[in-house]
Design a binder for this molecule. Structure first.
Ligand code: XUL
Ligand code: CO
Length: 431
């Protein structure tokens, strides 16, 4: 154990806690026949908690971490502190980008050596910890070489560099027993059409994703490949705008049976949707995979990646997760960062502890709503007319025959209440 979190004890479940301990997250509590820990499958995001220096567009680093710097010794110290925090929080999973965990070398080969050495170090740390890998991914957006995209770059050498990077990250994820491999679009989009061949870029992105899927099968990786949609930021226009857009893209490239979605709360909001909409749509298309849990500031209109703290919103999200059958390989990754004034080690622990409690409260409310059954019963009642043989036969019929039936039977539909306020009142009994 390092001394970074020296005065902080491992967090326990204590419903009367006024400190860091969990008031709501009890990993062993059985809900809907499963332990809470196995339902929620929490993960810590390495990039925000250990690699982000605390900058914003108007100012640079605010955090002063003993592991900041570009040496392998510091990368190992960072890993030591990270696993200390995983142990204190008792989280089952973590997630990384290659660039979060290793210093960049002077060549691809040197970066790869650094990366593989830290991956081996992770293997040792994971052998002595409960915390395992939810997913790995490649950072193909921070370095200036990626400023015009990775797979969609006009320069084929960047495509090659990106392919080599994803291969290395998939190998590492596989070797560590990762549950999923994630591809977020990064700078796969554009700033201006004046310099962009949109058709060509989408083809490159499609072929790249096919190659990732082919490689998964080649190495026998059994986890899921997940794409994470986001509508803008960093690019003005991102190709992976939202779940619906990505589904069309997957269909175009024959990948709808191979790739699932990693859906992030803040990205859904940026796309003009609710989180639960994106979750429900992915589930209905059979491509729901995992979630990045966070929230954005609703006034600022950009990706502020704050820790979640809105229980009713989280409840509606987990309601959709439960209706989708819950997580299989996926989980709840806190893609969330501290505010830049939250300087102290205790802030990092409190942020995660609070977020885990918010998720636990939301999850319990979601499970209770599902067990109560009122919402599902009222939804079923709303569509009950479609249960009749006539209604079902209509879907196999044609416009002419239906028109004739409307005339023959004197069909004269009467508007019915959608009961939105009553349904909202039902939700409010649980949140
Ligand atoms: C960016 C974002 C990423 C992905 C992984 O908005 O969400 O952190 O989750 O690259
Ligand atoms: Co994310």
């Amino acid at each position: 154990m390092t001394d970074f979190f020296k005065d902080i004890a491992p967090l326990a479940y204590d419903p009367n806690s006024t400190g860091l301990d969990f008031r709501h997250y009890n990993p062993d509590e059985v809900i809907l026949g499963k332990r809470m820990e196995d339902h929620l499958r929490f993960a810590v995001a390495y990039w925000h908690s250990f690699a982000w220096p605390g900058g914003d567009p108007f100012g640079g680093q605010t955090f002063d971490r003993p592991w900041f710097g570009d040496t392998m010794d510091l990368a190992r110290l960072k890993a030591d502190v990270a696993f200390d925090m995983f142990d204190l929080l008792n989280v089952p999973y973590f997630c990384w980008h290659d660039a979060d965990i290793r210093p960049e070398g002077d060549s691809f080969a040197e970066s790869l050596r650094n990366f593989e050495e830290i991956i081996d170090y992770f293997g040792t740390k994971m052998a002595g910890s409960k915390t395992q890998l939810l997913w790995g991914t490649a950072n193909m957006f921070s370095h200036r070489r990626f400023m015009a995209g990775a797979a969609t770059n006009p320069d084929p050498e960047i495509f090659a560099w990106s392919a080599a990077t994803v291969k290395a990250c998939m190998d590492a994820t596989h070797n560590l027993g990762g549950q999923n491999y994630v591809l977020w679009g990064g700078r796969e989009g554009y700033e201006t059409l004046l310099n962009t061949d949109l058709k060509r870029e989408r083809q490159q992105a499609g072929r790249f994703l096919q190659m990732a899927v082919e490689y998964k099968h080649k190495i026998g990786f059994k986890g899921a490949i997940l794409v994470e949609p986001k509508p803008q930021e960093p690019s003005k226009h991102q190709y992976d705008f939202d779940v619906a857009t990505v589904y069309g893209f997957l269909k175009e490239f024959g990948l709808e049976g191979e790739v699932q979605m990693n859906i992030e709360q803040g990205h859904a909001i940026l796309a003009g949707h609710s989180f639960e909409h994106e979750l429900a749509l992915a589930a209905s298309l059979g491509i729901f995979g995992s979630i990045d849990m966070n929230r954005n500031d609703y006034q600022s209109g950009w990706d502020t990646d704050q820790f979640p703290n809105n229980v009713p919103e989280v409840a509606l999200a987990y309601y959709e997760v439960l209706k989708a059958g819950g997580f299989t390989t996926g989980g709840t990754n806190f893609d969330a960062k501290l505010r830049r004034q939250s300087l102290d080690p205790v802030d990092l622990i409190a942020a995660h502890a609070g977020a885990m409690d918010v998720c636990a409260r939301g999850f319990k409310a979601a499970a209770a709503m599902l067990e109560d059954g009122t919402l599902e019963a009222m939804r079923a009642e709303r569509y009950a007319g479609w249960d009749s043989a006539d209604a079902q036969a209509m879907l196999e019929s044609d416009l002419g025959s239906i028109a004739q039936r409307v005339l023959d039977d004197g069909i004269n539909p009467q508007p019915q209440s959608g009961r939105q306020e009553i349904l909202e009142n039902v939700v409010n009994r649980f949140v």
